[in-house]
Design a protein around this ligand. Structure first.
Ligand code: DGJ
Length: 570
């Protein structure tokens, strides 16, 4: 009896342990994609980040979280403020953390905590007052002109120790309250770390290290990964003859961008200490976020040395425990900024993006084009009524698509669509099939194609299920299918004076049917998906809704998921 009772308790403990292990989120590779696994299933973060001060009172948290649920978010990004967690040195208060977790569970949300520790947008404003006041113990970074900055020096052991201790207490607390439930799925270490008013710290300590040999660890990393280095770093190092011994200026040249490399490496080392601590306590995925080097600014005008794409190798060498370098995107042109961060060695996660009416289509684009891990507009609780509705429409469709999209991730089966007036069309080729997708307003008979009105971004994704079967989803798009092989290749001698072939003296076109197979649009169904990814028929679209079989389309005011079958004819 005694034996069986203790055996029972032992097995409960084992299964409890196994269960708790099961619910810890992790990252895994699938083909070319990296997937965030939550409750052992691939998960797409349909997120929103709270404004900086919105998780500092119970009242705000209780008011805002239900709004996020209504907006169909599945994840909220929440600041964890060092100054409120450790207002008195060594005395910790996690009540705001607990309140966020409680409200998240109530509203069916996962949480990503953002450690606002020593660094918040380069500055040290979230360090507690006892830390700020004791600037002899916790020294500041210095400008080139010798001015102490409102930025703690990352070269100080005391700064690192204090920050790391508070962060480790936070991670212990999260593990103790959440390990079995897995509400917290990822952690951001610091916020937009980087140096301002110059590209590096000019304190005595920093100068000494800057003028010493570049660490062997970095040189080794660069040599091993030489063929995969970011082109800008390869070029910079190459200009100095790929030297392997010397100080920073000898190896990389004497300019502002070398100062920035040094800052990136130093901040990377600092972050690595926190990341390792966190990993040893509770093994959640970790990322760092970057303020962009946009608008032709120089390092130091933007936060220099942050986890920016051109510094990825430096960050990988100095902070290998960090899983993702994530861009905060506030400067428009989502397609080109997001492409800079979807690299062979970095998955795309957009933790912050300017809140606009276009967030929904951009989210579709991020998942369709880049197999993104997540997307998250900033200051989400302040979304307008119209903006909230539009985001909810987009996220509710993406939620349904999640099992299907994640099943096909990493195989190159999906493409993103994102259109505006400057970029109204995209052509996608699969074998002999040519797919032309465009903005809804670019249809020639649509008055708005020419009347000068500003188009909302249109976009979505195309997922290829089979040669003749596609999912087209999003908003404000039109898609046509055509066989490349159906066209006659016209010889110069067959062309008219204007360079075009003439058909029946009327229509002029370079493409003449050559007798080959043509692509026809078969059934087009608007569908929903259940939680296992099974299709649920909503309605058949035909006639005017497919321009009598010529194309498929989704209007600018709707988000839809369409299931399309093609056929061939002659
Ligand atoms: C980026 C920062 O990471 C956020 O915390 C916030 O300060 C926004 N900028 C404001 O635009």
């Amino acid at each position: 009896m005694q034996f069986s009772k203790s055996f029972f308790l032992f097995s409960v403990a084992i299964s409890f342990f196994a269960k708790s292990q099961e619910s810890i989120p992790y990252l895994q590779k699938k083909g070319t994609a990296t997937q965030l696994m939550v409750d052992k299933k691939p998960f797409l973060i349909l997120g929103g980040e709270l404004g900086n001060s919105s998780a500092s009172s119970f009242q705000d948290i209780e008011r805002d979280f239900p709004k996020l649920h209504k907006m169909q978010l599945n994840t909220v990004l929440v600041p964890a403020y060092w100054d409120l967690i450790e207002a008195g040195e060594g005395k910790y208060d996690f009540s705001l953390i607990d309140k966020s977790i409680e409200q998240a569970r109530k509203n069916d949300l996962k949480v990503v905590f953002l450690w606002f520790g020593s660094y918040k947008n380069s500055m040290s404003c979230y360090a507690p007052l006892w830390f700020k006041k004791d600037y002899k113990k916790y020294p500041r970074a210095y400008s080139k002109g010798g001015k102490p900055l409102e930025i703690a020096s990352s070269f100080s052991d005391n700064v690192l120790k204090a920050d790391n201790k508070a962060f480790s207490e936070l991670m212990k607390h999260i593990a103790s309250v959440d390990k079995t439930q897995g509400t917290v799925i990822m952690v951001q270490v610091e916020n937009e770390i980087g140096m301002l008013e110059g590209a590096r710290d000019h304190s005595k300590e920093a100068n000494k290290i800057f003028n010493a040999q570049v660490p062997e660890n970095l040189i080794k990393f660069l040599n091993i990964n030489k063929k995969d280095l970011h082109p800008s770093l390869l070029e910079k190092w190459g200009k100095q003859g790929f030297k392997t011994k010397g100080n920073w200026e000898e190896i990389f040249g004497a300019d502002l961008y070398t100062d920035e490399l040094f800052t990136a490496y130093s901040y990377g080392l600092y972050i690595e200490k926190l990341a390792k601590t966190s990993r040893s306590i509770y093994n959640l995925p970790l990322y760092v976020n970057a303020a962009m080097n946009s608008r032709n600014r120089q390092p130091g005008e933007y936060p220099a040395g942050g986890p920016l794409a051109h510094l990825i190798d430096i960050w990988h060498a100095s902070a290998p425990t960090i899983d993702i370098l994530a861009p905060d995107l506030y400067d428009g042109d989502f397609a080109s900024w997001s492409a800079k961060y979807r690299l062979h060695n970095n998955p795309l996660f957009v933790p912050e993006i300017k809140m606009t009416q276009n967030n929904g289509v951009q989210a579709f684009y991020a998942f369709g084009e880049h197999d993104a891990i997540g997307y998250s507009p900033f200051s989400i609780e302040n979304n307008s009524e119209a903006g909230s509705k539009r985001l909810a429409d987009a996220y509710s469709k993406l939620k349904q698509l999640m099992p299907l999209l994640t099943k096909y991730q990493g195989k190159g089966a999906s493409k993103g669509l994102l259109f505006d007036q400057k970029s109204p069309e995209r052509i996608i080729n699969y074998d002999d099939l040519k797919i032309t997708a465009r903005h809804f307003f670019s249809l020639p008979w649509d008055a708005r194609s020419k009347d000068g009105s500003v188009w909302p971004e249109g976009g979505g994704l195309i997922l290829r299920l089979a040669k003749d079967e596609y999912i087209v989803a999003g908003s404000g798009i039109v898609v046509e299918f055509e066989k490349e092989t159906e066209k006659k290749i016209i010889q110069a001698k067959d062309l008219g004076e204007d360079g075009f072939a003439t058909q029946g003296g009327k229509e002029k076109s370079q493409s003449v049917w050559n007798g080959g197979l043509r692509a026809g649009i078969g059934p087009v169904d608007e569908i929903g998906l259940d939680e296992n990814g099974n299709f649920k028929y909503i309605r058949r679209l035909n006639g005017d809704q497919t321009h009598q079989g010529r194309h498929i389309r989704i209007g600018v005011d709707d988000f839809q998921i369409l299931h399309v079958k093609l056929y061939e004819y002659q």
